[in-house]
Design a protein around this ligand. Structure first.
Ligand code: FAD
Ligand code: UQ1
Length: 421
């Protein structure tokens, strides 16, 4: 039996970042407890580059014990029951943990089993089915891209919320670039089948991405959802979401699948904590639970309508930290999250469009130039700088998102337009 001031559920991006922030405040052992079953902590944004043969798998992960702050107590177990009325949770080993404040950071669950044929296909090295979304199979993606010599390469986006909604098309752009460099592009059709009604949710970047696809002959089918796979015959069955009874069969030489995702099933079972879809029900501005005021949420498991990214978590972490501290001091909760999210849309080897936007799906750009274009610098940020920022600042509780830079550059922007006028 344990009790603590701050209980954090999940030791992923959100959980580890919050643990780092709170252990600076509460230094004595056991005031901050993290419940996390996994031995390994992943920097998932690198999975896209591993899939493209740009980075090695080992750069994407570290032992959990190394990234969790030393003065936080790590309980290596899963939560199975939440009892918010009595401020405690129960783990799978039967431990009860009592808390003053609970921060839920359980991420999204991948539902591979919802696509018949997918799991057996991923297990088979000869199947030409792959995915950057699972740490167990991301290393196979580049091998399978290299094996393609002709036919149709198909990339999918499911009919559910996903983490990093740009990633399913980034891997398509990188693979297409690879086949161009290998001079076999004219023997291939490259197809992106997405369940969404547009290529991207923010018009400015959608326009840029449509232009990329047009220029490079990538075929985009909107509202097209993967239903099942026949790995033996290399056939995928898709559904037209405008007319769900209509299905069609697509032969493939490569099938890259983004699996259906959703809230963790344990969270879904606790309807007092969640919305109808099973996401943690928090106020989208303050990130405080709508019913239980001593519960806060961060990251992919909440119902906030931002794009589910690590960049979003960097901005949320400051808001959760300040609001928890104010709550504990008996003050009014004032810190507000405006929905900042970002997606470095890698469009090939050495190029990337850095999308940044808010809840209203309006661009909210950091740099003082037009980010709707492809740049090498953004590619370098994604490949080299963001991983450095993550391991060295964010996981130590010292990165609150790019707001400081945005404000600084905006002063410049204003000054330069003033002088032009
Ligand atoms: P996670 O980091 O997934 O952590 C959740 C943790 O909760 C896990 O460690 C899990 O073990 C634990 N957990 C689950 N259930 C329980 C339980 N019952 N009890 C206790 N613990 C539990 N973001 C960007 O900003 N830029 C990018 O370029 C980008 N690219 C991406 C590419 C890919 C392929 C992927 C997969 C993601 C990408 N992301 C990107 C998204 C980013 O990785 C996630 O948004 C972020 O890691 C989510 O953090 P989280 O803390 O909410 O969840
Ligand atoms: C960011 O802060 C972040 O978290 C470390 C990412 O995750 C990989 C990002 O992709 C981006 C774009 C940011 C935002 C940072 C800047 C400097 C624009």
């Amino acid at each position: 039996q344990h009790s603590c001031k701050i209980l954090i559920i999940g030791g992923g991006t959100g959980g580890c970042t919050m643990a780092a922030k709170f252990t600076k405040q509460y230094k004595e052992p056991k005031q901050v407890i993290v419940v996390e079953p996994s031995d390994i902590h992943y920097y998932q944004p690198l999975f896209t580059l591993i899939g493209g043969g740009i980075k090695l798998f080992k750069s994407s992960n570290r032992p959990m014990a190394q990234v969790l702050p030393r003065n936080a107590k790590w309980i290596k177990d899963s939560v199975i029951t939440f009892q918010p009325e009595s401020n405690n949770i129960i783990t799978s080993n039967g431990d009860t943990i009592q808390y003053e404040i609970m921060i839920v950071a359980m991420g999204l669950q991948l539902y591979w089993d919802k696509i018949p044929g997918l799991i057996e296909g991923l297990k088979n090295p000869d199947s030409q089915i792959c995915s950057i979304y699972g740490p167990e199979m991301v290393t196979e993606v580049f091998n399978k891209i290299k094996k393609v010599s002709n036919g149709t390469a198909v990339f999918t986006f499911p009919n559910t919320p996903v983490k990093c909604p740009g990633a399913p098309q980034k891997i398509a752009y990188i693979a297409e670039d690879y086949w161009q460099q290998k001079k076999i592009r004219d023997k291939l059709k490259v197809v992106y089948n997405t369940s969404l009604p547009d290529i991207f949710g923010v018009k400015k970047y959608a326009d840029s991405l449509w232009a990329v696809c047009k220029k490079r002959g990538i075929i985009v089918n909107l509202q097209t959802n993967l239903l099942k796979i026949d790995p033996d015959n290399r056939e995928a069955i898709f559904q037209n979401l405008k007319d769900p009874d209509k299905t069609f069969v697509q032969k493939y030489a490569l099938l890259h699948v983004t699996p259906p995702m959703g809230p963790p099933s344990i969270l879904k079972n606790h309807t007092n904590l969640t919305n109808a879809a099973g996401f943690l029900r928090v106020d989208p501005k303050t990130l405080q639970h709508e019913q239980y005021t001593n519960i806060f949420g961060i990251g992919d498991c909440t119902n906030t309508p931002n794009s589910k990214t690590m960049a979003a978590i960097s901005s949320q972490s400051k808001v959760v930290y300040r609001n928890v501290m104010d709550y504990l001091a008996g003050k009014e909760i004032r810190s507000v999250y405006e929905g900042y999210a970002s997606c470095p849309l890698v469009t090939g080897y050495g190029k990337c469009i850095l999308a940044e936007f808010d809840y209203k799906l309006q661009p909210l750009e950091t740099f003082p130039f037009d980010q709707g274009k492809e740049y090498y610098m953004m590619y370098w940020l994604k490949k080299t700088f963001f991983p450095f920022l993550y391991w060295n600042l964010m996981l130590k509780g010292n990165w609150d998102g790019p707001e400081v830079f945005r404000k600084y550059f905006n002063v410049f922007k204003r000054k330069s337009t003033e002088s032009v006028n």
